[in-house]
Design a protein around this ligand. Structure first.
Ligand code: TXA
Ligand code: MG
Length: 316
């Protein structure tokens, strides 16, 4: 990544890069994030590619304030109370996705929810303002490594990645944000603890629970349930039945089938990742009894795509 300072021209360049679908690592008050335009599926797919994650998990969407959230998610009274108390700051709120929401499906990894955070760091805020788009950003570390709290950590880990890195010095908190799930009708659920504590939240919401009494907090990236289509799915299909919807990949087009979508006509895994959840949702709504998916090569993002297809095929 190319390292930049935090002067106005650099921030302008970084904002442009984000709008154009590129990757920008930037400081927040918690840890450095690896950002992409959350409305651009291929840009979001590049985050997963760069991190080398063997699976897709949903990403936090960074916005300036609650007014922006309401464009994409459904804001309830609990969210209003917590935003009033803790935003901008190290609190992430999981909310229902608004119907017709223009965020990439990949930021939700197929779930009907989106996690939102309004960072307090002036550089992060300036970048969001200049870019004018919501920015999805996980911590800027390769999968399996510690979260980065200094620009040096990011520079070392992502030496060979095409993108920009804004050096804003060390992060004040150094620990990822607190994640609270407000998407159900039930009580709020603390999914990850951080600088905003359970007691802090309880001062504003009477009903907050941990995922379950005897299990520890879900470790970052682990969700209790995975998205699975409601119709049977077959992987590595070379032929399809008359009542199956087909997902092809490049030249690999299963013969037969009722409807056909191609994850990427040119056989590009980044494009396929960007299309995956959207096309599965479409196939699910078609008048078919099942979904047949062509073989997907295993390299790079192929591992994460195959992981998700395998889970879908096994219904977990
Ligand atoms: O402090 C932070 O939160 C940093 C900075 C960059 O903002 N970001 C961060 O992102 O730590 P990440 O991707 O490393 O962690 C996001 C956490 C994961 O545990 C993920 O599973 C959870 O948030 N998450 C994201 N979207 C979710 C959703 N729709 N439902 C439930 N959990 C979600
Ligand atoms: Mg992380």
């Amino acid at each position: 990544m190319e390292r930049l300072g935090d002067d106005p021209e650099s921030l302008q360049r970084a904002a442009e890069k984000l709008r154009d679908g590129g990757l920008v690592a930037f400081p927040t008050e918690t840890v450095y994030g690896l950002g992409a335009n959350a409305q651009n599926g291929q840009a979001v797919a590049r985050i997963f590619e760069a991190k080398g994650r063997p699976h897709f998990n949903p990403l936090i969407v960074h916005v300036l304030d609650l007014a922006h959230v309401s464009e994409f998610g459904i804001v309830n009274a609990q969210a209003e109370h917590l935003a009033e108390a803790f935003w901008p700051g190290p609190l992430t709120m999981v909310l229902p996705r608004r119907e017709g929401c223009i965020l990439s499906e990949l930021v939700s990894a197929g779930h009907p929810t989106v996690a939102f955070r309004s960072p307090a760091h002036p550089i992060a805020r300036c970048l969001l303002e200049e870019a004018g788009v919501p920015v999805s950003a996980p911590s800027a570390n390769p999968s399996g490594y510690l979260s980065p709290t200094r620009a040096d950590h990011v520079a070392q880990a992502f030496k060979d990645i095409d993108g920009l890195l804004i050096d804003g010095g060390p992060c004040r908190i150094g620990l990822e944000s607190t994640v609270v799930d407000l998407s159900s009708d039930g009580p709020a659920t603390l999914l990850r603890s951080g600088d905003v504590t359970l007691d802090n939240i309880r001062a504003y919401l009477s009903d907050v629970v941990l995922p379950s009494d005897d299990t520890p907090l879900l470790s970052p990236g682990m969700l209790a349930s995975h998205y699975a289509p409601h119709k049977p799915l077959r992987t590595n299909a070379t032929t399809a039945g008359d009542s199956e919807s087909v997902l092809a990949f490049g030249d690999s087009v299963p013969k037969g089938g009722k409807h056909l979508q191609n994850l990427s006509r040119s056989g590009n895994l980044i494009e396929a990742a960007a299309n995956l959840f959207e096309m599965l949702h479409i196939a699910e709504q078609q008048d078919v009894t099942g979904i047949a998916v062509a073989p997907i090569p295993g390299g790079g993002l192929g591992a994460a795509i195959n992981d998700r297809l395998r889970r879908a095929a096994h219904g977990d």
